[in-house]
Design a protein around this ligand. Sequence first.
Ligand SMILES: C[S@@+](CC[C@H](N)C(=O)[O-])C[C@H]1O[C@@H](n2cnc3c(N)ncnc32)[C@H](O)[C@@H]1O
Length: 303
Amino acid sequence: MDHHEGHVPVLLQEVIELLLPEGRRAVSVVDCTVGLGGHAEALLRADRGEGCLTGMDADADNLRLAKRRLEPFAQRVRLFEANFADIRDVLDEVGIDGADAILADLGVASNQLDDPERGFSFSVDGPLDMRLDRRTGRNAGDLVNALSERELADLIFEYGQERYSRRIARAIVRARVARSIVSTKALAEIVRRAIPPAANRTRRGVDPATRTFQALRIAVNDELGALDKLLGVLPDALNVGGRACVISFHSLEDRKVKRAFNDWRATGRARVITKKPVTACLAEQAVNNRSRSAKLRCVERVE
Ligand SMILES: C[S@@+](CC[C@H](N)C(=O)[O-])C[C@H]1O[C@@H](n2cnc3c(N)ncnc32)[C@H](O)[C@@H]1O
C-alpha cells in the first residue's frame, strides 16, 4: 500500500471548483501545505496540463511522499521544504511574481498523527516532539518541562481553549518535579487526572487531553504566527484575478482567515467568494473524521 492511501484530502471537490472553476485558467498554482499530495494531484489533473504547481511543506518526510505521488507530473511541479510563512521567498526562487491559485490546508496530516515517533498522538505512546520541521526549534517536551506554571496555563488556555488550563498546568509542574515528562502517554495521563471527573463525562467521547495536545502543537510550530504571515503576504502573492482557499480546523485559525479576507475586501481590492465557510457534507464526514471540523474560505483578488 502506498503511504498516501488512507489519507483522504478534505473538501477536495469544493477546492477544485473554487480554485479552478470551468473557464478559469491557472498558470501557476501554489500548494502551501502539499502534505501527501492529494489536493496537489487533483489540481494538476484539473488544470488540463496547462499550469505548473509549486508545493511546499515544513515536513521533509511528507515532502518526499508528495514527490513520489506527483512523479507523473514532475515537469510541472516544483517542491520546497519550506514554511508557508516564507511563501514570498519560495515564489522568488521559482521566479514568479504571483500565483493564480493558492491553497493552504492547515494543520497536520493523518500519517503525521498516526506515527508514534512524531509525538502528536496520545493514543499511542511516543516521544513528546510535535515539530513539523524537525530540523530546528523546541519540541513539546522542551515546553512541558521548561515553561513556568503560569506560562503553561496561559498557553493551554489560549491555544487549547481549555477551561481547566490552570489545573492542568499545576499538575504538569507537580509531576515533573519527580522526573521529566518525556512521553505522550505520560502527559495525557497527567492531563486526564487533572480534569474533574464530572467534566470528563461532558466531553462526550473526546479525550480530555485533546485540547492540551492541540495547544502544545500550535505553540511548538508557531502555527498561528505562520498563518498570520501567510495571510499578510497573500494580497501580494496572488495575481489579479487569482484565488486563494484556506482550510482551517479550529476557531482560532478560522477567525484569523475570516478577518484577513474581510479586511482585504474592505480595501476594494478583493472579493470574498465564500460568504459562509464551506463545510464537509455528511457523506464526507461519515468517511473522514478530520473533515468534520474543516472550514474552507475562498477569496479572489480583483485589483
Ligand atoms: C492537512 S496536511 C495537507 C494534506 C494535503 N492537502 C493533501 O491533500 O495531501 C497539512 C500539511 O501541511 C504541513 N504544514 C503545516 N503547517 C505548515 C507550515 N506553516 N508551513 C509548511 N507546511 C506546513 C504539514 O506538515 C502537513 O504535511
